[in-house]
Design a binder for this molecule. Structure first.
Ligand code: COA
Length: 419
């Protein structure tokens, strides 16, 4: 086991909220509420004295304009002393995996011993922006010296200026949406609709199994809705037990309605949720009485030209992470691949298979993935780190890998080890 700077970084525990399709059960919660809730729960579950935490790092992709640094609001929970520094980061869908990676760097460098790394997204609570022209007029009006000048500025507002602008899930550089990119990858890599639907069905079946046998449920902090009449949420609400290949086959493609193959069933849904992971130096973990679930052995990020195959960077991040870990693909006992779209998962597999690597479904996404569980962008990495580390501990698997594709043509890969 290679030490970084003589230090070893332990994944001690993690948990998350239920992941809910946006606009459903978590729609009234703000992202900051979800992030604070999941952090409180993790502190409770681990009985950690919050004063032991040296830093808080949270990933978020679409932050609220009112709470731009959600991590700091987390570290201002009453449980923490006021002096714990915190920052939020955005590496798109890889954000909370990046938060764990950054935590691991701080610990390896000796700058921290205990870091709380997490992520959150509320796609029910996205910032709705004023049009640029309206914003300019409002700024100008605020600077007007007389009431008359202010009214004259306001009188320039036209109805079209009042149309709100909401953020799109599109690449700023190419204008292509994630779904269009997945569609393009399906076509270029010859990924058939049937293969995509089969992968999606598998995701639902395995996620349902992982929920029923308690493995996923154990990672979920039950959410108590504000209105007491509503049921307590203990599971993800996107997992479909009623679906079948026949039903999926009936759906019309969303992103290329005529010739496409990417549908609502073989895409991850827009989702709300939060996750948190406790990362510690091995010494601190042991001194505080914890048994680590796994250790961070290496990580790597990669990027490709967004105009190429936007979600294909995992085929570059994974080899680098394995090389840095000093292990081979064949050494891996468990693999977690983020499922933005089935077309992307199967394209990533193609890229890895081209290296002569065997794609063994028995060790991949053994409790399903983001298609069924959901994908709150900023929170997915924390979910996957937690699930991978827990399952590695359960099976006593020595090496596990996670791979997450992200907007901007990026990806992160993390290698965990048990001993
Ligand atoms: C694909 C997408 C546009 C679908 O959104 P949506 O239309 O709101 O999705 P819904 O859940 O309402 O599903 C649409 C229909 O398909 C059906 N459906 C969805 N999944 C199904 C399944 N597994 N089996 C059977 N039917 C299914 C729904 O029941 C619904 O049917 P209805 O219209 O009769 O109610 C949306 O989920 C999306 O944008 N996903 C991609 C998110 C993304 O880009 N993420 C970034 C990744 S990096």
């Amino acid at each position: 086991m290679p030490l970084r700077n003589g230090r070893r970084v332990a994944v001690v525990a993690g948990c998350r909220t239920p992941f809910c399709k946006s606009g459903t059960s978590l729609k009234d919660a703000r992202a900051v509420d979800l992030a604070r809730f999941v952090t409180r729960e993790l502190l409770e579950r681990t009985s950690l004295d919050a004063a032991e935490v040296d830093a808080v790092i949270f990933g978020q992709v679409v932050p609220s304009a009112l709470v731009p640094n959600v991590a700091r609001e987390v570290s201002l929970l009453p449980q923490f002393p006021r002096e714990i520094p915190a920052y939020s980061l955005n590496r798109a869908c890889a954000s909370s995996a990046q938060a764990v990676a950054n935590a691991s760097d701080e610990i390896a460098l000796g700058d921290a011993d205990v870091v709380l790394a997490g992520g959150v997204e509320s796609l029910s609570d996205i910032p709705i922006l004023a049009s640029r022209r309206l914003a300019d007029i409002l700024v100008e009006a605020s600077k007007a010296k007389t009431l008359g000048a202010r009214f004259r500025t306001f009188s320039r507002i036209r109805p079209r200026d009042l149309v709100p602008v909401s953020p799109a899930i599109a690449e700023p550089s190419t204008g292509e949406t994630m779904g269009q990119s997945a569609e393009k990858m399906a076509k270029q890599n010859h990924i058939a609709r049937d293969a995509q639907d089969r992968w999606a069905l598998r995701s639902h079946e395995l996620a349902a199994r992982g929920t029923d046998d308690g493995r996923l449920t154990a990672e979920i902090a039950p959410w108590f809705p504000e209105r007491p009449a509503e049921p307590v949420l203990t599971t993800d609400n996107g997992i479909r037990r009623d679906t079948s290949l026949e039903q999926m086959a009936k759906l019309r493609p969303v992103f290329d309605r005529q010739y496409g193959s990417v549908t609502a069933a073989n895409s991850s849904p827009l989702t709300d949720g939060a996750s948190a992971v406790l990362v510690m130096s091995d010494e601190a973990a042991r001194a505080l009485g914890y048994t680590p679930l796994a250790y961070v052995r290496s990580y790597a990020v990669a990027a490709v030209d967004p105009g190429w195959q936007l979600l294909q960077a995992p085929i570059f991040a994974v080899p680098t992470a394995l090389e840095r870990a000093g292990i081979q693909w064949a050494d891996l006992g468990l693999i977690e691949v983020h499922e933005a779209f089935a077309a992307q998962v199967l394209s990533n597999f193609q890229g890895w298979a081209a290296k002569g690597w065997e794609i063994n479904p028995d060790i991949i996404n053994v409790m399903g993935g983001s298609i069924a569980i959901g994908h709150p962008f900023g929170a997915t990495g924390g979910r996957i780190v937690t699930t991978l580390a827990n399952e590695m501990a359960r099976r006593d698997v020595q090496f596990g890998l996670l791979s997450i594709c992200a907007q901007g043509g990026m990806a992160i890969a993390v290698v965990l080890e048990r001993r």
